[in-house]
Design a protein around this ligand. Structure first.
Ligand code: AMP
Length: 349
């Protein structure tokens, strides 16, 4: 039986390990936190930092191939592993996804629209960039931002940028033009080693407090928007020589046009609905792709809404269990801290 190494021990790793087990793979998780959500269902855990060379050597010894469940895996760690084991998705995808400036340039290089952007490395850069965008824009850290953290929105020239560079930590930043979007959608797509691709239907995503709240499928967008989003996702997969599942987030404009926001080189929260509404979930699709098995059919058999259970939402579990057509998925986290994703459910419509 082959063993898949997973870097990262959160809920995405947990769901990957469960999908791997169904296809007769063993899993070993590299994660510093003992008894993490993924390790609870994996065969083995290496308790070590993601960049600990000894932990990485141990992972390469125990696993036949390696994947990861979050995009901030140190590129050097992925490259160390890639010297002795296949690592999918390719480390290049990490390089692109870890830095918003590199990511935007890469996406534009694929002929896909993004928000306008300027690198910001000082308060003076910020003020010059804001002036170019008429005073509106979204200032983000280039690295390590997630769930809306490390961001500041400027809605108009009336928003005073004084002190913003210092407030975001004097780290490399990017100012994006403000995209007046109608809605947000994402595409979860997969690419196999032979270049075959498969896209799940786009989901329409609603965020609350910077965290994904719901994903609804199908989205209320036209066919040409869906097609443009799928085509963009496939172009990105091909350009990266990608293997595995990717999440690509888009803004949808009033005229139906799509603007790419970001890529996640991994299974994605906005694809959790696939476990309830498709025969092959995004998690199984990822395992199939990285293991060189045929990709599954991405078509959905039901319309649905996925909702995250964040913090105290966990108290809804008894009621949700009493509902018909609801698939509940909990992550094995002991403590329901505010803002922490505890689980999700998908309601078939
Ligand atoms: P991100 O961390 O890039 O996914 O951004 C978090 C959320 O902020 C997005 O889902 C949007 O709702 C909003 N947002 C981010 N960038 C922009 C932008 N350039 N224009 C308008 N809204 C944005």
């Amino acid at each position: 039986m082959k063993t898949i190494g997973i870097i990262g021990g959160g809920q995405l790793g947990r769901m990957l390990a469960m999908a791997a087990a169904r296809l007769n793979f063993r899993t070993v998780v590299l994660e510093p936190q003992p008894d993490c959500p993924a390790a609870q269902v994996a065969n083995d855990q290496i308790v070590a930092a993601y960049d600990d060379p000894r932990g990485l050597d141990e992972l390469a010894r125990l696993a036949d191939l390696i994947t990861y469940e979050f995009e901030n895996v140190p590129v050097s760690a992925a490259e160390q592993l890639a010297r002795s084991r296949p690592v999918f998705p390719p480390p290049k995808a990490l390089e692109v996804a870890q830095d918003r400036l590199v990511e935007k340039r890469f996406i534009n290089g694929c002929g896909i629209a993004t928000a306008g952007f300027h690198p910001v490395d000082s308060q003076a850069d910020l003020e010059a960039a804001l002036a170019e965008f008429g005073g509106a824009g979204v200032l983000k850290t280039r690295r390590l931002g997630y769930d809306g953290k490390g961001q500041r929105v400027f809605r108009s020239a009336a928003d005073d940028p004084a002190g913003a560079y210092v407030a975001l930590g004097q780290v490399p930043l990017i100012l994006e033009s403000f995209v007046p979007f109608d809605r947000e959608i994402s595409v979860i797509a997969a690419r196999a080693p032979d270049g075959t691709t498969a896209c799940f239907d786009p989901a329409e995503n609603v965020h609350r407090n910077g965290i994904l709240h719901t994903s609804t499928v199908p989205p209320s967008v036209g066919g040409s928007t869906t097609e443009a989003a799928r085509k963009a996702a496939t172009t990105i997969l091909d350009a990266l020589g990608y293997v595995g599942v990717i999440g690509v987030e888009f803004f949808v404009l009033a005229d139906g046009g799509v603007v790419a926001n970001e890529i996640a080189p991994r299974v994605h929260n906005s694809g959790h609905w696939t476990e309830a509404a498709c025969v092959v979930s995004q998690f199984e699709q990822h395992i199939r792709a990285i293991a060189g098995l045929p990709l599954g059919d991405p078509s959905r058999h039901s319309d649905c809404v996925m909702q995250n259970l964040v913090g105290d939402d966990i108290a809804r579990v008894p009621d949700l269990l009493a509902e018909r057509n609801v698939l509940l998925h909990l992550y094995g986290k002991a403590e329901a801290r505010s803002g922490r994703k505890m689980g999700h459910f998908t309601r078939l419509l």
